[in-house]
Design a protein around this ligand. Structure first.
Ligand code: CMP
Length: 140
């Protein structure tokens, strides 16, 4: 059994529509524990740093604008194979391609306004968690 941590964001389309509880219920039903969570207004600098890997993509400006357009909820999730388990419950990036019953199939509005972010590897999870949480804010 491999207990992992992963990083999650409930994006502005989720806070705007007041569906953060509904999304958290799906996360918890997938066997993941929310071991840290806070609602923040992301700054432009934070969003640009977080998504630096996408800085050359044509949608980068739109992505930063969206992520700073309303509060987000940043989270640390813990569980067995948490990175993959979270990616499974999120569904495909584009909700049009997401499996039935996934968060993005149920709630996402578009590929940009896609409700949730999740780390793509354990290595990136550690980097992303460290951008938003100090160790004593994570209580497993
Ligand atoms: P996320 O998992 O947060 O990582 C990068 C984000 O870029 C991704 O989710 C999408 O929300 C966003 N994204 C990917 N492709 C597009 C696109 N074509 N237009 C706008 N946003 C996109």
């Amino acid at each position: 059994m491999t207990i992992q941590r992963t990083f999650s964001i409930l994006k502005p389309d989720a806070t705007r529509r007041n569906i953060t509880g509904a999304v958290n219920a799906m996360i918890e039903a997938a066997g993941l524990r929310i071991v840290a969570q806070k609602r923040i207004q992301m700054t432009q600098a934070q969003a640009e740093t977080f998504y630096a890997v996408h800085s050359e993509r044509p949608f980068f400006g739109e992505l930063v604008e969206f992520m700073t357009s309303a509060p987000v909820v940043v989270q640390v999730l813990e569980g067995e194979n948490a990175v993959l388990a979270h990616r499974d419950v999120m569904g495909a990036t584009n909700p049009a391609n997401a499996e039935e019953g996934t968060i993005r199939k149920v709630h996402a509005l578009s590929v940009g306004e896609n409700t949730v972010h999740g780390s793509d590897s354990e290595e990136n999870a550690a980097i992303e968690i460290a951008q938003f949480f100090s160790g004593n804010e994570i209580v497993g």
